[in-house]
Design a protein around this ligand. Structure first.
Ligand code: NPW
Ligand code: ADP
Ligand code: K
Length: 504
């Protein structure tokens, strides 16, 4: 699905009101009903105790007032706090009028802020996507007060003080929500590590925004879920044979890091490739033949690291990097590969570090290569980022300059493309923050490129299936117990879901 800017979200609201011939108040009621439904499914009136609803002067505050009314009607115990302002939005005012007189309400005063119990349930409806500047005055004091109280904050749409799609100054006050209930679509701010402490968990609830508007909205930002990938993974053909599904070559491993080669190899084999050859230093031969008998072993003359590029003719894609180290002769192998390869390349780990250390090498990178750096490796390829938003700018610029696809790995891994789109992955979990997970991704990607999938589809599917397999694995192992090889065990089911979710 698309990710919209704050301005586009306002346009989506307006288009919905126009097309569905409803009032903005009715759309607000939908939003409030969706939020309240989410909350009521998780907290009974007894569990919730007194719910404190903090409302700002705009439509986010209007949502808060409507939520307070709906909760009150459902027998929750509600107390409303209003931010003083010169001007209140019309829908705020309408909902203020609709709030039953029996719901207590207080106008906030910075000099006498209410005492907040440690386990108080707070609804943050101070500011939403209309935030136009960092919080100051009473709003800033309220946010600091609630943050200090460590209340259980549930934010409506977005934590107050956080911009939806741009960085705020480092010292700007922002509400620290445990949950943020977003409307219809995720916001860019939710996907960036620097905002994690503010956003918390972020369920998204549908509010029936115009599907026509969403389909037409010009956005280069996407959140990749299963529905988005429907139809991208080709079904295996009834008469398919191993030659149909490509021959991948993995260049991986060095003494002490043959495990990286094995992890990539096993993942490649579990991602539908027809044939796999693995080139490791000679010290990897026995373990490779034992632990991955389905792969062909093609050992390098050197015992400890890669020193010679094999003949590339038999292969339909080449993956290089996991565990290779940065020996001078390994750099020569990479250089020759970049010069000679006529087939798709996937570059990871030390292949990226070698690239980052030598601009001459980077200049040889063939168009449509797929690179899979984690943020440190990406920094070595480009430059240090000021913040997470700046890193995305660097990602766009790098992909454009080199005509390549880059999977910037982490939670919500982000795929950059030469044409400027950014695709954020929706799958994966912190259990995958364990050595070797990235090697598994390289194996998956190399398999998909070997099967002739275009770089965009290959990268999207690999990123999603890798994370989904990690999620399925974590059901068995728990997050702490997850190791990289567990991800590989669930690649099959992850791909199967993608094939069967294809619509008729
Ligand atoms: N449109 C719809 O139909 C629907 C909208 N929905 C809901 O509406 C929310 C967006 O509402 P909104 O646009 O009214 O913005 P919101 O953030 O509540 O307040 C803006 C006001 O605050 C002011 N202001 C800004 N920054 C400030 C600051 N730092 N300190 C002080 N004041 C500041 C700003 O003033 P100005 O910038 O003009 O000076 C303006 O007066 C959205 O997040 C969702 O919850 C849903 O109900 C679905 C239907
Ligand atoms: N918190 C997380 N949530 C989701 N995925 C994660 C998380 N941490 C790591 N991952 C995934 O695990 C992989 C880690 O790759 P990498 O850092 O290269 O590990 P290694 O070098 O040990 O193989 C990436 O695909 C990344 O997206
Ligand atoms: K809010």
């Amino acid at each position: 699905m698309k990710i919209l800017t704050a301005a586009q979200t306002r346009q989506a609201d307006a288009a919905t009101i126009r097309e569905q011939t409803i009032t903005s108040e009715a759309l607000m009621e939908r939003a409030a009903t969706a939020f309240t439904g989410w909350l009521m499914a998780r907290q009974t009136p007894a569990e919730a105790g007194e719910i404190l609803v903090f409302c700002g002067p705009g439509n986010n505050g209007g949502d808060g007032l409507a939520v307070a009314r709906l909760l009150h009607q459902a027998a929750y115990h509600v107390q409303v706090y209003l931010l003083p302002a010169d001007r209140y939005s019309p829908d705020f005012q309408a909902n203020q009028r609709s709030l039953p007189a029996t719901v207590p309400r207080t106008t906030l005063d910075a000099a006498a802020l209410p005492t907040i119990a440690v386990d108080a349930l707070v609804i943050d409806a101070l500011f939403g996507t209309g935030l136009s500047r960092p919080l100051a005055g009473v709003a800033a004091a309220v946010v600091a007060h609630l943050n200090q109280a460590r209340a259980r904050v549930v934010a409506i749409d977005i934590p107050s003080g956080l911009f939806a799609d741009a960085p705020q100054p480092a010292d700007a006050p922002v509400m620290r929500a445990r949950h943020t209930v977003g409307f219809e679509l995720p916001k860019l701010a939710f996907l960036l590590p620097q905002n994690a402490a503010f956003v918390g968990q972020w369920p998204v609830v549908p509010i029936g925004l115009s599907s026509q508007f969403l389909a037409q909205a010009a956005s280069k930002l996407y959140f990749v879920d299963a529905a988005f990938l429907a139809g991208r993974l080709p079904r295996r053909a009834t008469f398919g044979h191993k030659g149909t599904y490509g021959h991948a070559l993995l260049l991986a491993g060095s003494r002490g890091k043959i495990g990286a080669a094995l992890l990539a190899a096993q993942a490649c084999l579990r991602s539908g490739v027809g044939l796999l050859t693995v080139r490791t230093p000679a010290c990897g031969y026995d373990v490779l033949q034992t632990a991955a008998p389905e792969a062909m072993a093609l050992t390098d003359p050197s015992s400890d690291y890669l020193s010679e590029l094999p003949d590339l003719k038999p292969y339909s894609a080449v993956g290089i990097g996991p565990g290779i180290g940065q020996a001078e002769s390994t750099k020569q192998v990479l250089t020759q590969l970049l010069r000679e390869a006529q087939v798709p390349l996937v570059l990871d780990a030390d292949a990226l570090n070698l690239l980052g250390a030598d601009p001459g090498l980077l200049a040889l990178l063939p168009a449509d290569s797929v690179l899979t750096p984690h943020p440190r490796e990406f920094e070595r390829l480009t430059s240090p980022a000021r913040d997470d938003y700046h890193r995305l700018e660097l990602l766009r610029a790098f992909c454009h300059a080199h005509g390549c696809y880059v999977v910037l790995k982490g939670a919500y891994s982000c795929l950059g493309t030469p044409t400027g789109e950014l695709y954020f992955n929706s799958t994966g979990n912190p259990g995958m923050a364990t050595g070797g997970s990235g090697d598994v991704l390289t194996g998956v990607l190399t398999a998909l490129r070997a099967q002739q999938l275009p770089p965009l589809d290959a990268a999207l599917l690999a990123m999603y299936a890798h994370g989904r397999a990690g999620d399925l694995a974590a059901r068995n192992t728990g997050q702490a117990g997850l190791v990289a090889g567990d991800i590989t065990q669930f690649l099959g089911p992850a791909f199967e879901e993608l094939t069967t979710s294809k619509t008729f």
